[in-house]
Ligand binder design. Structure first.
Ligand SMILES: Nc1ncnc2c1ncn2[C@@H]1O[C@H](COP(=O)(O)OP(=O)(O)O)[C@@H](O)[C@H]1O
Ligand SMILES: [Mg+2]
Length: 360
């Protein structure tokens, strides 16, 4: 039995011209209890709308929502006992940390009217986010990172059945975001919360989530755990969204081969039809630097080009190679390798098996 199921959810809005536009189109999703799911997609693809439909803040035009096998599609928001956290945190700036967290508990049927119980729970969630010492401080006097953790504590306090976070780290600077990504995951796992969070940042999705749903224009294109998504992106759009740059459009020929600017690759006839348009994907970490005269092994492809750019990125170099065909390739190398001078020839090999052929 799945904990949360979304079945064929659709939502239509009227645009400015008064025409109906599909904002969400046949969304199907299942989560086990304790799963953390990331909704990953560019701005405007429907992520916030999907969260609002799940909470019942927005009415859906088609489909149903099940929690623990109970159809909750028509259940009002306040009876669902879900917790929602927004990008701007929506805390009361002139109230104290304690008052902010207690506020939600005072109107919650598990806690309301029981001051001791409320105080214990506030202390419990504050210690969970490591901010017990801030109970009597005003929200307006806290740093961005502290506000984020208080907003999370407030969302967790009533023990919601499902937690929905809309770009929870979106307003924080990069260093803080990286620190809080791990903390957020630890806290959700520790409390065994089932959570859905929205992001447009793939690093955030990879760091926090068990599963990632890539969304595009109101549809879920692929749901998988991060590793599968990275190694088996379903199509070019997903690959581009994950940040892959080495993408080459080509076609499957009658011999079940595809031609690329760096050689011909055999492909599995079961997965692609001849004549089908496909894209060859080369991962940036798959290249090995070799000498000009070094022998090429079976299953390898030699790539010869001009090294046009080298960027030092701390732990690794990012390089760009210009091929004779005019195509550009991008690779990452560990910073121990001795790269040739910029604007001179470079020779690298890649394993044919590291070239992924995907749908366009
Ligand atoms: N209340 C509304 N009325 C009409 N269109 C809306 C409304 N809310 C959102 N939209 C449209 O729905 C689309 C998805 O919006 P949203 O869910 O906020 O995307 P995201 O959170 O992924 O950035 C956008 O094109 C947006 O303009
Ligand atoms: Mg949004």
């Amino acid at each position: 039995m799945k904990y949360l199921s979304l079945k064929s959810i659709s939502k239509v809005y009227s645009n400015v011209a008064g025409q109906d536009a599909w904002i969400l189109d046949n969304i199907n999703l299942e989560l086990e209890h304790g799963d953390i799911l990331a909704l990953l997609g560019s701005s405007g693809c429907g992520k916030t709308t999907l969260l609002r439909l799940i909470t019942g803040l927005e009415r859906l035009d088609n489909g149903s929502v099940f929690l623990n096998d109970e159809d909750i599609t028509q259940l009002p928001t306040h009876k669902r006992h879900f917790g929602m956290m927004f990008q701007d945190f929506a805390l009361f700036p002139h109230k104290t940390v304690y008052e902010n967290i207690a506020f939600g508990l005072e109107i919650n049927e598990l806690f309301s009217g029981n001051k001791k119980r409320i105080a214990d729970r506030v202390e419990e969630v504050l210690s969970l986010v490591n901010l017990s010492h801030t109970a009597n401080r005003y929200i307006q006097d806290l740093s961005g990172g502290e506000k984020q953790r208080i907003a999370l504590a407030r969302t967790l306090a009533p023990k919601p059945k499902l937690i929905l976070l809309d770009e929870p780290l979106g307003s924080l600077d990069r260093a803080l975001r990286e620190e809080l990504m791990f903390e957020l995951r630890d806290i959700l796992k520790l409390t065994q919360m089932t959570a859905i969070f929205v992001t447009h940042d793939q690093t955030e999705a990879f760091s926090i989530a068990d599963k990632i749903a890539v969304m595009d224009k109101g549809k879920i294109v692929q749901i998988n755990e991060g590793r599968t998504l990275y190694f088996k992106p379903k199509n070019k759009k997903v690959a581009a969204f994950l940040g892959f740059k080495n993408l080459f459009d080509t076609m499957v020929d009658k011999k079940h081969q595809v031609k690329t600017p760096f050689g011909t690759i055999d492909i599995n006839p079961k997965t692609f039809l001849s004549g089908e348009k496909v894209t060859a994907l080369i991962r940036p970490e798959s290249a090995k630097l070799i000498g000009e005269k070094a022998p090429i092994q079976l299953g390898q492809l030699l790539i010869k080009g001009i090294l046009t750019s080298v960027t030092f990125l701390g732990g690794y170099y990012q390089i760009r190679i210009l091929l004779d065909s005019g195509e550009k390739l991008y690779f990452k190398f560990q910073n121990q390798v001795n790269l040739p001078e910029t604007n001179s020839e470079i020779f690298i090999v890649i394993e044919k098996k590291d070239i992924e052929i995907i749908h366009q």
